[in-house]
Design a protein around this ligand. Structure first.
Ligand code: NIG
Ligand code: FE
Length: 373
């Protein structure tokens, strides 16, 4: 790819190279050069800015149904309490495998059009063994970062302890071979989510089954999620809407990434967490869309970047890093999220001269994943 006006490599830091070219072979970067490089097939970037493709490290793409009325009610003052997950679970159970696959593909394609080149995808709208397994299978058609989220909420009609035993036993056995990660929604005082003891049981069972750990934590209130994630060595704790000083200190001394999801604060009218406080403490911060029908139905990483800059205190450069390199770190991957010899040639082309335009021009669809022939 030639005639790149500005190449953002994330190598090291943001790594800006002006007037660059990339030599790509079999989907892998083999050289970073000055513009004017020779090659068999030439893609002309036309002086545009090229960045590492966005890594969306937190999505719930496999679902059916619509909750726009719930969103409208929230915008009119209703609170978010995670009860709507039941509505999506009913619609998802009722959908056929072909329908769910087509819905997931459409959302994946939408993500590509927003510059996302790699997705993590969670199950979690099945909440029974057969449906959770089906959701993991469908997710696996689109990514190798599949997350088993049987512990999304306790479904109605089943005692909590019984459901936790199901998740840690037969459901995990059915889903672990299809997944890389296990996740749990941990909240201190939610009738739907899991408390610290329940979440610990789920994560320890997942780890024993060979899965890496992720946590939905501190979304609805300050609570045990962040510290549990750090204690158990989770790759990432996501949301982090309500953080105490002890949470920030725990994250700062750990390898656990704090994944911020500003689309959720936007769509639930919640306060935005202070990303500056995390960065000042030395915490690695990632940004992701959390694309899901309840709290953040967006596949637009540029929108997430703009929110993080305007509402969370990140600079535009920090936000771009968090949505690429930071998110790759949240998935413990070193083949994506940066541009260097040997990395995957997962690229987003911006219809703009610099990456600053992602936040500077909110709502404008500037980014697109480069699809190599
Ligand atoms: O990441 N917090 C839990 N799970 C999702 C929301 C699920 C829903 O409301 O459908 C989230 O925000
Ligand atoms: Fe989520």
């Amino acid at each position: 790819m030639d005639n790149i006006g500005l190449l953002v490599t994330n190598d090291p830091e943001l790594g800006e190279v002006r007037d660059a070219a990339l030599v790509i072979e079999d989907g892998v970067v083999v050289a970073v050069e000055r513009a004017g490089a020779q090659g068999d097939e030439r893609i002309d970037a036309g002086g545009r800015c090229v960045i590492p493709g966005f890594v969306d490290s937190h999505t719930h793409l496999v679902f059916a149904g619509d909750r726009s009325e719930e969103f409208a009610a929230r915008m009119a003052g209703a609170p978010y309490a995670a009860g709507g997950i039941r509505v999506t679970t009913d619609a998802t159970r009722a959908a056929s495998e072909d329908e769910l696959t087509a819905l997931t593909r459409a959302r994946r394609d939408e993500a590509l059009r927003a510059g996302i080149t790699h997705l993590e995808i969670k199950s979690g709208y099945g909440l029974d063994v057969a449906t959770e397994r089906r959701l993991c299978e469908i997710a696996g058609e689109f990514t190798d970062d599949v997350t088993f989220l049987g512990a999304h909420v306790v479904p109605p009609g089943i005692p909590r302890a019984e459901y936790v035993a199901l998740v840690c036993g037969p459901m995990l056995a059915a889903c672990a071979p299809l997944a890389r990660w296990i996740d749990v929604f941990c909240e201190p005082a939610s009738p739907h989510a899991f408390d610290a003891d329940e979440a610990r049981a789920v994560l320890e069972a997942g780890r024993a089954a060979g899965l890496g750990l992720r946590v939905h934590g501190n979304q609805l209130a300050a609570g045990p999620g962040v510290r549990l994630a750090v204690e158990l060595g989770a790759a990432s704790v996501d949301h982090c809407t309500y953080l105490t000083g002890a949470d920030v200190d725990a994250l700062a001394g750990s390898d656990t990434v704090a994944t911020l999801l500003p689309g959720v604060e936007f769509s639930t009218r919640s306060p935005y967490p202070d990303a500056r406080r995390l960065l000042a403490a030395g915490v690695t911060v990632a940004l992701a869309t959390d694309c899901n029908p309840g709290t953040s139905y967006t596949s637009s990483m540029p929108f997430v970047i703009a929110l993080a800059v305007r509402e969370m205190g990140l600079t535009p450069a920090e936000a771009v890093w968090a949505a690429t390199a930071g998110a790759a770190r949240a998935l413990r991957r070193d083949d994506i999220g940066h541009i260097a010899v040997g990395a995957r040639a997962d690229l987003a082309v911006l219809d703009a001269p610099t990456h600053l335009h992602l936040a500077y021009r909110p709502g404008v669809p500037l980014a697109r994943a480069l699809e190599l022939a």
